[in-house]
Design a protein around this ligand. Structure first.
Ligand code: C2E
Ligand code: CA
Ligand code: CA
Length: 720
């Protein structure tokens, strides 16, 4: 839970603040900002140029009118100066009506610089002063005026009706003043134009800043903030009218930003929930997992502190033979049972109890003890009772589930949660070792037992290295012919010590389980196999004893080593006929990886080996595998033989096994045959072979050879 508690670091908040102020700067559009804005400049420049172009066009037009007006005025001035200079008394239509004196005065005092006089028939009569460039030649096409290209002179034509005389005159007028006037006009107009443009542009800039730039910058600020901090954007309410296009867009943007933030928050929190669930809960049952269980336990124990009053039950449990159900009925059934177990536990225990699934088929419960539930054992008993009360129904099939339960109490059995939980697990292991389907309360002795097991394992490893392991052999006899047909190799560990005898034998029943759990059984098993084969080969070579040798193989050797390869090597190395080697396996090998086991057994069988199922009748697997596996022999477990004479159930089990074996074409051997009565019973049931103290205890190799040599071939020789 703590994993996901978010604490914003201080630095981050500072960062946030500075970002906020930056953002505020961005959107309040100061005048400076307007002048910096590229878009404003572009629009303004465009507006400015447009105004300028329009005004220039207007100016151009006005200038022409202005010039024409001035020239017309000049013409009028010229005409008014010229008319009084014409002498009305001149009647000759081919002599000039302007006297030379008049002409000189005109030229020196008026704007007239020169004058050409024509008759009405366009005969050139006289030229005064600077001759006009405009010369009249075509009487049908008389121009009005002509301005010199430099604009300084203006030649105008005065017709008869302008002068009220039958003459045509062309006067050269000085038009340089018109030029100056025009320049003045242009200058003034341009000044006004510029002023107007500047004013309009400024107004435009301000309006744009207010209505366009400011809202756009505000929106940009919002978007920037949203992109930097999408989950928690600090955006202010829009001060712009949401009814116009820009204001509306801003309102829309803000809504989107807020919605986005909300979405992100939602996604994040649901992801956090999911991760939390995955990290702390078991997906199958929905119960807290081991991590959360331990965490809660820690919290509870810490809260309890040193108070003697607060005690907690810690109960761990393991479903018995769950793996069998899973393997034989499929995972769907297994999963359904696990779910149902979780449900039942949850419903049966008080609300304050924590029920957790801590492993594949393991559950753990912790509960504070009080007046009603005083001891941890009571919790365990409750658990066993709800599990056993009725079978679990899955796919309309009933499954009777049993549990092994380990019990520990805080603070009695440990002061820290790991320790108490470990002790509950030790108790649970003890319950499983002692035959499952039971409750074990933790006791300090268990610790000692665990320590002893570790010591035993260390010693066993040493013994293997120092070659202190031995093989003993126990003969197997054919009940019908009485012949010795084989021998089982059995491990013996002579452990030296300081006693009078110098050491003790340790029973394989004691050390084999430890070796199996630790994997040490693999090298031990390999040693047994090669030693037994070598011994059998030497019996054959040295004493002409041709019997089968039976070697025990643990399930762990199937799963943890390449058994076939090793057998082949040993056979090759010793030269023993593979048909003279038998492997004894227990039904537990069929519970692991069935395909791998079938494959291995088939290959061994093809290689020529015989295969026997040891301790037959005590396992749990169905009989269906008997058909699938290449088996030669069933070995009736010795417990049935031992009790056959006084327990009719065991007798009938032994009988059934014989019948079953024969119906499948298998040999049946009985072990633990101790008395003549056992033998008689087995003979009556039709059992094929026997092994037991009645004939011979397991003995060292040389004694085995002695036994075979001395045996007279008659079962009755064992009668006393
Ligand atoms: P198991 O394979 O069922 O071996 C038979 C056990 O019964 C042996 O005990 C043997 O000494 C004992 N026994 C034989 N005849 C009689 C009898 O008439 N009466 C009684 N009460 N007991 C009899 P042991 O040697 O103590 O072996 C115990 C178990 O240790 C074996 O049971 C086998 O499971 C395991 N074991 C022994 N040697 C090996 C080995 O080399 N490899 C593996 N994997 N397991 C071994
Ligand atoms: Ca055996
Ligand atoms: Ca056995």
């Amino acid at each position: 839970m703590h994993l996901y508690h978010r604490k914003e670091p201080l630095v981050k908040q500072d960062h946030k603040k500075s970002r906020l102020s930056l953002f505020q700067n961005t959107f309040s559009s100061s005048p400076a900002q307007i002048w910096k804005s590229r878009i404003s400049w572009r629009i303004t420049l465009a507006a400015f140029l447009t105004i300028l172009t329009v005004q220039a066009a207007i100016l151009n037009f006005e200038l022409k009118t202005f010039e024409q007006e001035r020239l017309d005025q000049l013409r009028e001035v010229g005409r008014s100066a010229l008319t009084p200079a014409i002498d009305p008394s001149v009647r000759d239509l081919l002599s000039s009506p302007v006297s030379d004196a008049h002409a000189d005065r005109l030229i020196s005092t008026t704007a007239i610089n020169g004058l050409t006089v024509y008759s009405s028939q366009l005969d050139l009569i006289k030229i005064y002063g600077e001759p006009p460039a405009l010369q009249l030649t075509d009487r049908y096409n008389i121009p009005e005026s002509r301005r010199s290209p430099d604009g300084r002179t203006y030649d105008v034509v005065f017709r008869s009706n302008d002068l009220n005389r039958p003459f045509i005159m062309v006067a050269r007028l000085d038009s340089s003043s018109v030029q100056t006037q025009m320049i003045g006009f242009v200058r003034q107009t341009i000044q006004i134009m510029l002023l107007m443009s500047a004013f309009v542009t400024s107004v435009l800039m301000l309006a744009m800043g207010r209505w366009l730039l400011e809202p756009i910058l505000f929106m940009r600020g919002n978007l920037l903030e949203a992109s930097r901090n999408p989950e928690n954007p600090s955006i202010q309410d829009s001060p712009f009218d949401a009814h116009d296009e820009i204001g509306g867009t801003i309102a829309l943007t803000q809504a989107l930003i807020r919605q986005n933030a909300e979405n992100i928050q939602q996604i994040k929190s649901s992801a956090e929930n999911k991760i939390h669930k995955l990290a702390y809960y078991d997906t199958l049952t929905g119960l807290p997992n081991r991590t959360l269980f331990l965490q809660t336990l820690t919290e509870k124990m810490r809260a309890a502190g040193d108070s003697e009053l607060e005690r907690f039950a810690i109960v761990t449990m393991d479903l018995d033979h769950f793996k069998d159900i899973n393997d034989s009925m499929g995972h769907n059934v297994g999963d359904a049972i696990l779910r149902a177990v979780g449900k039942r536990l949850r419903a049966a225990l008080p609300e304050r109890a924590m029920v957790s699934r801590t492993g594949e088929d393991e559950f753990a419960v912790t509960l504070k003890l009080d007046e009603d539930i005083k001891t941890a054992r009571m919790v365990a008993e409750k658990i066993v009772q709800v599990i056993r009360s009725e079978p679990f129904r899955v796919f309309s099939e009933d499954f009777q589930v049993r549990v092994s339960v380990g019990v520990a109490t805080f603070p009695d059995d440990g002061l820290d949660p790991d320790h108490v939980l470990k002790n509950a697990d030790i108790a649970l292991n003890r319950a499983k070792e002692d035959g499952r389907d039971m409750i074990k309360e933790y006791s300090e002795d268990f610790d000692r037992a665990v320590q002893q097991r570790f010591q035993l394992l260390r010693d066993l490893r040493d013994a293997l290295e120092r070659k202190q392991l031995d093989l003993y052999y126990q003969p197997q006899l054919d009940l019908t012919t009485g012949r010795i047909i084989g021998a089982e190799a059995l491990l013996r560990w002579w452990k030296p010590n300081n006693s009078k005898e110098g050491g003790t034998f340790i029973s394989p029943a004691e050390f084999i389980p430890v070796a199996e759990q630790s994997g040490l059984i693999v090298p031990i098993g390999e040693w047994v196999l090669s030693t037994a084969c070598a011994e059998a080969k030497s019996w054959e070579d040295l004493h002409d004893i041709n019997i089968r040798i039976a070697v025990n193989v643990s399930a762990a050797q199937f799963s943890q080593s390449d058994l076939v390869l090793h057998v082949e090597r040993v056979i090759a190395h010793t030269g023993l006929d593979p048909r003279r080697l038998e492997l004894e396996v227990t039904e537990s090998v069929f519970m692991d990886d069935v395909r791998h086991t079938i494959e291995t057994l088939k290959r061994l069988h093809e290689f020529g080996l015989e295969l026997a199922i040891d301790d037959f009748g005590t396992g749990y697997s169905s009989l269906s595998y008997l058909r699938q596996f290449p088996i030669d022999r069933l070995k009736i477990d010795q417990s049935f033989i031992r009790n056959a004479l006084n327990n009719s159930d065991d007798a009938s089990i032994a009988r059934t096994i014989v019948g079953l074996g024969h119906s499948l074409n298998l040999k049946v051997i009985a072990e633990g045959v101790e008395t003549k009565e056992h033998e008689t019973f087995l003979l009556a049931e039709g059992c094929d072979e026997a092994q037991g103290y009645r004939y011979c205890r397991p003995v060292p190799s040389d004694q085995m050879v002695e036994f075979v040599k001395n045996y007279n071939g008659k079962l009755s020789s064992f009668d006393r």
